[in-house]
Write a protein that binds this ligand. Structure first.
Ligand SMILES: NC(=O)c1ccc[n+]([C@@H]2O[C@H](COP(=O)([O-])OP(=O)(O)OC[C@H]3O[C@@H](n4cnc5c(N)ncnc54)[C@H](OP(=O)(O)O)[C@@H]3O)[C@@H](O)[C@H]2O)c1
Length: 363
């Protein structure tokens, strides 16, 4: 090829590129067409999925939601009532349970088929005997159990040095063993009904987030249990959906235990920051939709999706990134300086972050 012809090829290429950059020419047209086709395909998939989800009816089914007295569990219970389910909720605090039950009944009162059938039972899911009685009571009241939502959970926030062995045991007892207890106790009934199990784990059960070690351990264990359970129960027609939420605005910061001084500050900020967290009622809607479709997994929120992807694709990058983030938290020397400065600017701006006690689950 002569140097004149390669020069002319180069100038043609550069003309094409420039035309494409300016949004003209065949390359730009093809690019626009491809983008439009991809957009249309995604929109069609999304609409079809919504239509399919709406067509699946779970009306008349009986659901048990653990930790249904507040936060995410309450909102999932409310959506199940709206789907026409008969619902049992359980938690430890009887007064909060009563309020939740009254609220669920009031919310479903406008239904054409009369007020919903909702019961509230006190139960500590760490107690296998109490859980067996709970399942017995639910089946005795409704005559069956079709859906089990393992949602009850606690969270302890603290550096490794502030944690005791008892903290690990306590978190494992609720977040992992609680899920195992309810599942084993309900298994024969769920097999009989070809039912559905939903296990609410966490992005902390896929990527170990610093300052949450007992929580991470329990959620990793719950994630493994849930995935293995799905494989084992498929032949019985029982579906298992593993829910992996990122941070949600459930008000959980008010109920978390903070072991290291200053941790409540960053946790409260993180738990209330819109781009970082998702609305709890949106999360509940997505969980009920995934449950209806019998999906294997539901990862909730863009930050959780991105973090999971990054951890799966480039684990070599997430580990140092998490270590760097940890160095900024209170307790670490750099973190102390950072949070002192943040406190200064909050005070100057009249911020209420430091005394924040995020409200209850936003309905
Ligand atoms: N909020 C988030 O950002 C987030 C992110 C990822 C995953 N999650 C997970 O989502 C689930 C719900 O979280 P949330 O934010 O809604 O929490 P929450 O507002 O603190 O609610 C927790 C619920 O669990 C109950 N519970 C706690 N310990 C229990 C026990 N031993 N036995 C029975 N019930 C118990 C609580 O009632 P009592 O205290 O009265 O028992 C309450 O009803 C949890 O599994 C959590 O780990 C939350």
């Amino acid at each position: 090829m002569s140097s004149t012809s390669s020069l002319s090829n180069l100038s043609n290429l550069s003309r094409l590129t420039n035309a494409s950059r300016r949004g003209r020419g065949p390359a730009a047209g093809a690019q626009r067409m491809l983008t439009m086709l991809a957009g249309a395909a995604v929109a069609t998939w999304w609409v079809m999925r919504r239509v399919r989800t709406r067509r699946i009816s779970i009306a008349g089914q009986v659901a048990l939601v653990t930790g249904g007295s507040r936060g995410l569990g309450f909102l999932v219970a409310r959506d199940l009532v709206r789907e026409g389910c008969r619902v049992a909720i359980c938690a430890r605090d009887p007064a909060e349970l009563d309020r939740a039950r009254a609220s669920l009944i009031a919310d479903g009162d406008a239904r054409a088929d009369g007020p919903p059938d909702v019961i509230a039972l006190t139960c500590d899911v760490t107690d296998a005997g109490a859980v067996a009685r709970l399942i017995g009571d639910v089946v005795a009241h409704f005559g069956k159990l079709d859906i089990l939502v393992n949602n009850a959970g606690i969270i302890q926030v603290g550096s490794l040095d502030s944690l005791t062995l008892a903290d690990f045991h306590q978190t494992m007892a609720v977040n992992f063993w609680g899920t195992v207890h309810t599942t084993l106790a309900a298994l024969s009934e769920l097999r009989r009904r070809r039912g559905r199990i939903v296990n609410v784990t966490s992005i902390g059960g896929r990527v170990a987030v610093p300052r949450l070690l007992p929580y991470d351990c329990a959620k990793f264990a719950a994630y493994g249990f849930s995935e293995g359970l799905r494989a084992e129960l498929a032949r019985d027609g029982v579906s298992v959906t593993t829910v992996v939420p990122g941070l949600m605005r459930t008000g959980s910061a008010s109920f978390a235990t903070f072991k290291t001084r200053g941790d409540e500050r960053w946790f409260s900020i993180a738990a209330r920051t819109p781009g970082l967290t998702m609305q709890a009622r949106r999360a509940a809607r997505q969980i009920v939709a995934a449950l209806k479709r019998r999906d294997a997994r539901a990862v909730l929120g863009t930050p959780a999706k991105l973090l999971r992807l990054a951890n799966d694709l480039v684990p070599g990058l997430t580990a140092p990134a998490l270590s760097a983030a940890h160095r900024l938290l209170p307790g670490a020397a750099r973190g102390r300086r950072f949070w002192r400065a943040a406190a200064g600017s909050n005070a100057a701006a009249g911020s209420n972050v430091a005394k924040a006690s995020p409200g209850r689950a936003s309905a």
